[in-house]
Structures are given as structure tokens and as C-alpha cells.
Design a binder for this molecule. Structure first.
Ligand code: DC
Length: 216
């Protein structure tokens, strides 16, 4: 198997930034599977597809193509949706639609295909448990809910200084999403038995990256 580093964890744990930097240091491909679920979620929500009608979803998914551009931008049916997927609504849609079996099957197959085409750092919720259970290295990244909400707040404020979003609002939304991701029956968010737990509440991004690199 081509080399894979699996990095999982709840929303706002810092795993995207950490995974991207580890990939950069290794000279490997960075695969953000959350971005893929966000892109599909966007498509299904844009087309008013109810997330409880599996028959309709299966049919609609036949016309969905999710891919990455050369510069890591995410493409939904060739349209660059890299910015559109960053909103809290896109996160909510991703979490809602990622419960569906057809969505997970499509995404998992695509993630395996992309991840196995070159050495990759793959980041998500079910990478070490379902997508790449034989990954060479597995990490599960966590931080306190308050710290995760604080990090998300700073990120969203940087993107849009006029945003009216509050830390309390993020905390509420984060709790709901984590619960939904961890309690779903298919590929729930959970630490793989052989994954290394990395607690990041009191650590800087660089410290976490160093900790992971030291374990490879
Ligand atoms: O990592 P993220 O916040 O961008 O992910 C958005 C949602 O996508 C997350 O709440 C659940 C879903 N997701 C998933 O089910 N499996 C993955 N491997 C990655 C994300």
C-alpha cells in the first residue's frame, strides 16, 4: 500500500492545519475529506434534496463529481467551491448528508482512489477506522470544546471581520455537530484502537506538528 498518515478528530480540533503542515513537511499530498463532504452537502442542499430520502439522493449523486484542482482547490462538477464550503451552513449540510450510506460510499471510494495514487496525509472523521484502516500512522487530535470554538471564531473573524458570529453560537453548533457525527450509525467519529491520541488544548500548531513528525 502507498504510504498514508490518517488524522482524525472532532470539528475545530486543528486537524486541518496540522494535516496540511505535516503533508508539506513530508512533501506528500494533503487530502481534506471534510472538504469533500462539504462540497457534496452543498450540491444536495442547493438542489433541495431532503437528507432523509435515500432514493432521491442515490439518483442525484450520479451527477456529482468532487475533485481537487492542482493547487488543492476543491471542485464540484468543475466549479471551484473552496470558499463556499467554509461557512457554518456548509458544515451543517456536510454533517447532515454525511449520515447517508450512498454519500459515504461515494466519498470513501473516491478518498481511497485519491489517497492511494500517491503518499498522502488524509484528514477526517473515519480515516483510521474505515477509509484507511491499514494506514501506516494514525492520529486522533482533540482539544477542549472551548478552545476549539475559540480557534474557529478567530478563523471566521479573519475571513470576514464583519461576521456577527459569537463564540457561544459556535460552541452550540459545534456540540450539535460533534454529537451528530459521533452518534451516526455509519463510520461515526471515533478514535481507532491503534491511533495515537494527541491532546492539543495547550499546544501551539507547531508543537503539534513536531509531535506528529516525531512519531513517524
Ligand atoms: O472536517 P469538517 O468540519 O470540514 O467536516 C465537515 C463534516 O463532514 C463533519 O461534520 C462530518 C463530515 N465528515 C465525515 O462524515 N467524514 C469525514 N471523513 C470528514 C467529514
Amino acid at each position: 500500500m502507498v504510504a498514508v498518515i490518517a488524522i482524525d478528530g472532532p470539528s475545530g480540533s486543528g486537524k486541518s492545519t496540522v494535516a496540511r503542515l505535516v503533508a508539506e513537511k513530508q512533501g506528500w499530498f494533503y487530502l481534506n475529506t471534510g472538504a469533500m463532504y462539504r462540497a457534496v452537502g452543498l450540491y444536495l442542499a442547493d438542489n433541495d434534496i431532503p437528507c432523509d430520502n435515500t432514493e432521491v439522493t442515490d439518483k442525484v449523486l450520479e451527477s456529482v463529481d468532487v475533485n481537487f484542482g492542482a493547487d488543492g482547490r476543491i471542485l464540484l462538477n468543475s466549479e471551484d467551491v473552496s470558499d463556499r464550503i467554509l461557512t457554518p451552513e456548509a458544515a451543517r449540510h456536510a454533517s447532515d448528508y454525511s449520515k447517508l450510506s450512498a454519500v459515504r460510499q461515494l466519498m470513501t471510494a473516491l478518498q481511497r482512489k485519491i489517497g492511494l495514487s500517491r503518499p498522502s496525509v488524509v484528514e477526517g472523521r473515519d480515516i483510521g477506522t474505515v477509509v484507511f484502516p491499514d494506514a501506516d500512522h494514525k492520529f486522533f487530535i482533540v482539544a477542549s470544546p472551548e478552545e476549539r470554538a475559540r480557534r474557529r471564531y478567530i478563523q471566521l473573524k479573519e475571513k470576514d471581520p464583519k461576521t456577527t458570529i459569537t463564540i457561544e453560537g459556535i460552541l452550540r453548533e459545534q456540540k450539535e455537530r460533534d454529537q451528530q457525527d459521533a452518534e451516526r450509525s455509519l463510520a461515526p467519529l471515533k478514535q481507532a484502537k491503534d491511533a495515537i491520541l494527541v491532546e492539543t488544548t495547550e499546544k501551539t500548531i507547531d508543537e503539534v506538528v513536531e509531535e506528529i513528525l516525531a512519531r513517524l
